[in-house]
Design a protein around this ligand. Structure first.
Ligand code: FE2
Length: 202
């Protein structure tokens, strides 16, 4: 059974003007697809072929020999969450259980926003900023290249891709402007709340 490229949960132009149709065409149709295709090529016919992306990440994170498999499985998983982390007319602040958790663990939504921005903008080179649940506590973490919080047993709730391919067509080198647009206009707090609810049940 091969891994599939999950379809975008909205049309390619749905996130305009904050992310262009052209960006989503390349980012989903070329970059994300390339990770899925490469993973299929690497694990086809092996005992990893029937595992979940998360299981492949866990099985390959500590093994240098399998770095290429890890990178492609992690990026396939990271991007699947990234697309769900955005929606048209998103952004703003969450409500309910997630809002209470952010208040509890960061002090306020403004403090969360500042810390998330620092993580996303401050990640040196390619990588990711995440809101995760770690032993019942909400945390912001950043990761380099393909690394995912799943590898550390954390549950990612919201992901922001800060590889240049995520924003350079629309924002050139202005990563802070992309991160601000992500938080103010794109972040899908409903999806993050569902992820928190599911994680709480585990
Ligand atoms: Fe990406």
């Amino acid at each position: 059974m091969a891994f599939d490229l999950p379809p975008l949960p909205y049309s390619k132009s749905a996130l305009e003007p904050f992310l262009s149709e052209r960006t989503l065409e390349f980012h989903h149709g070329k970059h994300h697809k390339a990770y899925v295709d490469k993973l299929n090529e690497l694990v086809g016919g092996t005992n990893l072929a029937t595992k979940s992306l998360e299981a492949i990440v866990a099985a390959t994170v500590e093994t240098k020999r399998r770095t290429e498999i890890f990178n492609n499985a992690a990026q396939a998983s990271n991007h699947a969450l990234f697309w769900k982390s955005m929606r048209p007319r998103g952004g703003g602040s969450p409500s309910g259980e997630l809002a209470q958790g952010i208040q509890r663990d960061f002090g306020s939504f403004d403090k969360f926003r500042k810390q998330f921005t620092e993580a996303a903008v401050g990640q040196f080179g390619s990588g990711w900023a995440w809101l995760v649940l770690d032993n019942g506590e909400l945390k912001i973490v950043k990761s380099a290249d393909a690394m995912t919080p799943i590898a550390y047993g954390q549950t990612p709730l919201l992901a922001c891709d800060v590889w240049e391919h995520a924003y350079s067509l629309d924002y050139q080198n202005r990563r802070p402007d992309f991160v601000a647009a992500f938080l103010d206009h794109l972040a899908n707090w409903d999806a993050a709340s569902v992820n928190l609810h599911l994680a709480d049940k585990d």
